[in-house]
Design a protein around this ligand. Structure first.
Ligand SMILES: C[S@@+](CC[C@H](N)C(=O)[O-])C[C@H]1O[C@@H](n2cnc3c(N)ncnc32)[C@H](O)[C@@H]1O
Length: 520
C-alpha cells in the first residue's frame, strides 16, 4: 500500500489531464472518472478469508426453509445456490457453468418487495394510504422499514419469516457503530457522510412518530413492533440490502412516494453537495437475490427486465460451477462500502477506491452569488465533493476550481465562463495555474484535517494485522476471518491520504508544465 506514491512516474502523461479538450459526447458523461494505470484487481480472492476459492453450499435448515418458501412463492429453478462465504456471510454460487451475458437469476415480481408491495401488506396500510392521499406520503425506505419491523415482530407466525430469519443480526453498517467508532472517521469526508446517514435515520424515525401515534390510537400496531431499536435495525438492514431497480417504476417508485434517504446497493451516494438528482427507479428488497455479495470490479447489476417480467442479473463474465457470483453495489470507495455495508475491500482490489475532495466557493468572494448561480445552471452546488482516485479525477474538478478562482465582473461574465468551462470544455489558459494551485491547496488542507499522522495509522494497522495473524484479532464480521472495524477504518483512511498525496504530486507536475508552457 505504501508503494503507490514512491513509484509514481513524474511525467506529464501521468497527470490527471484535467485540461485536455474533451468531446461533447465525453462531456455528456461528465460524472465519470478517468481511470488509468490501476492495479489489476484480485477479483474474488479478497472475499475468501480462508483462501479457498470454492465456497461451501449452505445446506442448513434455514437455507432449506428459504428455498421452500421461495419456490412456493413462484421462484423458478435458478442457476445459483446459497453458499457460505468466510468473512462475508452468505452468498450465491453458480450451480453450473455460466456464459458471459447469460441471465443467471430471475426473481418474479411476487418476490420483489417494493415500497408499494410493503404498504399493501402492512398493518399500517390505512394510515399510509391516508398520508399519501393527504400529499404527505412516508418516504420509501420508512415504509419498508415499518414493514420489516412488523414482519420481525410477527416472527415465525409471519409470512416472511423464512426470509427474515436468514438476515444477519448485525450488518456492520454505520447505523450500528458506536459514537467512538464514528469518531475514528474524523478528518475524512466519510465522517460527514456517516453523520448524514445517522441523521437521516433519526429524522426518518422522528418523521414517522405522528403515524405511529395514530396507529397506537387506532389499535393498528402490534405491541412493541415499532420501537426505536426495531426501526433502527430495520434501517440498518435496508442500508445494507436495499437495491435500486433503475428500470422499475418512476423516480417515486411504484407508489407516489419519494425514495427516502437510504443508500443501499446500487443507489448513489448522497454526500456530494447538492449532487446529481436522485436516480430514477424503485428501491426494493429482493429475497434470494440479496444474498449476492459485492465484487468491486464487477460490472453487472440487478435490474428489472420488463421483457422477462422479473428482476434479472446478467453475468458480466463466465463463471465455473461452484464459483461465487458477485454483483456490483455501485462504483463505491472502500469508505462508502464500509459505511453502508460494513466491509471495505482491500484498495488494491477496488478500482473505485479513493477519497472525496471538497471544493467550495469562497465565503468572502464578492461575486459568490453570481458564481453560485452560474454553477447551479450546470448542476453544481456552491460547495461540492469530487471523487479522487489514485490516478484519476473527474474532469469537472479543475473546471469547478476554475470557477472558484476566476475574477468575474458581472453575473453575465460568470455565466459565460461557466458555459465555456462546462459546456465547451474550453479552459482559459490564464486560469490554469491558479486553478491547479487551488486544488493542490484543497488537497493539502484535506491531508492536514486527519487528526493522526499517516505513519501512526500505518503502524497501528500493521500491529493489528500482526495480532490478527497471531490469532488475537477480533473480527467484526460474520466470521472471525474478517478484519476488525478499526482495521478497516485505518485501511480506508490510509488509502485516502495516499490518494491525496498522489494527486498533489501529479498536480504539482502539471503546474510546472503549465508554467513552463506559459513562459514559451
Ligand atoms: C446484500 S447483503 C449480501 C448477502 C450477505 N452476505 C448475507 O449473508 O446476507 C450485503 C452484506 O453482505 C456482506 N458483503 C457483501 N459483499 C461483501 C464483500 N465483498 N466482502 C465482505 N462482505 C461482503 C456485507 O456484510 C454486506 O453488508
Amino acid at each position: 500500500m505504501t508503494a503507490a506514491i514512491a513509484t509514481c512516474t513524474p511525467s506529464a502523461t501521468a497527470a490527471l489531464q484535467a485540461w485536455r479538450p474533451r468531446t461533447a459526447a465525453a462531456a455528456a458523461s461528465r460524472r465519470s472518472c478517468r481511470r488509468r494505470g490501476l492495479p489489476a484487481h484480485a477479483g474474488l480472492l479478497g472475499l475468501f478469508g480462508s483462501g479457498s476459492s470454492t465456497p461451501q453450499l449452505a445446506n442448513d435448515e434455514e437455507g432449506e426453509a428459504l428455498r421452500a418458501w421461495l419456490e412456493q412463492r413462484g421462484l423458478p429453478p435458478q442457476q445459483l445456490a446459497a453458499v457460505v462465504v468466510p468473512g462475508a456471510g452468505r452468498g450465491l454460487a453458480a450451480t453450473k457453468p455460466i456464459a458471459k451475458g447469460e441471465a443467471l437469476l430471475r426473481l418474479p415480481l411476487e418476490l420483489v418487495l417494493t415500497p408499494a408491495a410493503a404498504q399493501q401488506r402492512s398493518c399500517l396500510r390505512p394510515l399510509l394510504e391516508e398520508a399519501e392521499a393527504a400529499g404527505r406520503p412516508l418516504p420509501a425506505w420508512s415504509v419498508l422499514a415499518l414493514f420489516l419491523a412488523e414482519a420481525h415482530a410477527a416472527g415465525a407466525t409471519g409470512d416472511w419469516w423464512p426470509y427474515l430469519r436468514l438476515l444477519p443480526e448485525q450488518t456492520g453498517c454505520v447505523l450500528e457503530w458506536s459514537e467512538a467508532e464514528v469518531g475514528w472517521l474524523r478528518g475524512s469526508q466519510l465522517h460527514e457522510a456517516a453523520l448524514e446517514i445517522r441523521a437521516a435515520a433519526d429524522a426518518s424515525w422522528q418523521e414517522m412518530q405522528p403515524l405511529l401515534a395514530a396507529a397506537a390510537q387506532r389499535g393498528l400496531a402490534p405491541p412493541g413492533a415499532f420501537d426505536r431499536a426495531s426501526l433502527q435495525s430495520a434501517f440498518a438492514m435496508l442500508l445494507s440490502r436495499l437495491v435500486r431497480l433503475a428500470s422499475l417504476g418512476g423516480n417515486s417508485g411504484s407508489s407516489s412516494r419519494g425514495s427516502g434517504s437510504g443508500s443501499g446497493s446500487g443507489s448513489s451516494s448522497s454526500s456530494g453537495g447538492s449532487g446529481p438528482a436522485e436516480p430514477p427507479g424503485t428501491e426494493a428488497l429482493l429475497p434470494f437475490a440479496d444474498l449476492l455479495n459485492h465484487g468491486p470490479s464487477c460490472t453487472s447489476h440487478l435490474d428489472w427486465s420488463a421483457q422477462d417480467a422479473a428482476v434479472v442479473l446478467r453475468a458480466d463474465r463466465k463463471y465455473k460451477a461452484g464459483e461465487e457470483v458477485l454483483v456490483s453495489y455501485g462504483d463505491k470507495t472502500g469508505g462508502e462500502l464500509l459505511l453502508s455495508y460494513g466491509f471495505a475491500p482491500p484498495p488494491a482490489t477496488n478500482p473505485h477506491d479513493g477519497v472525496k475532495l471538497r471544493l467550495s466557493l469562497r465565503q468572502d468572494d464578492p461575486v459568490r452569488d453570481w458564481k453560485a448561480a452560474a454553477l447551479a445552471r450546470h448542476g453544481f452546488a456552491p460547495s461540492q465533493l469530487f471523487p479522487l482516485r489514485m490516478q484519476a479525477a473527474p474532469w469537472e474538478l479543475m473546471h469547478y476550481a476554475g470557477m472558484c478562482v476566476a475574477e468575474v465582473g458581472s453575473a453575465a461574465d460568470a455565466d459565460s465562463l461557466a458555459e465555456r468551462l462546462f459546456r465547451q470544455d474550453d479552459f482559459p489558459r490564464e486560469l490554469q495555474p491558479v486553478a491547479l494551485e487551488a486544488v493542490i491547496r484543497a488537497c493539502q488542507a484535506a491531508q492536514q484535517a486527519y487528526p493522526s499522522s499517516l505513519d501512526a495509522d500505518r503502524a497501528e494497522l500493521e500491529a493489528l494485522q500482526q495480532q490478527q495473524q497471531a490469532g488475537g484479532g477480533s473480527g467484526s464480521g460474520s466470521s472471525g476471518a474478517a478484519p476488525s472495524r478499526r482495521q478497516q477504518v485505518l485501511q480506508v483512511l490510509i488509502y485516502e491520504r495516499q490518494v491525496l498525496a498522489r494527486t498533489i504530486f501529479i498536480l504539482q507536475q502539471e503546474l510546472r508544465d503549465v508554467k513552463r508552457l506559459a513562459r514559451t
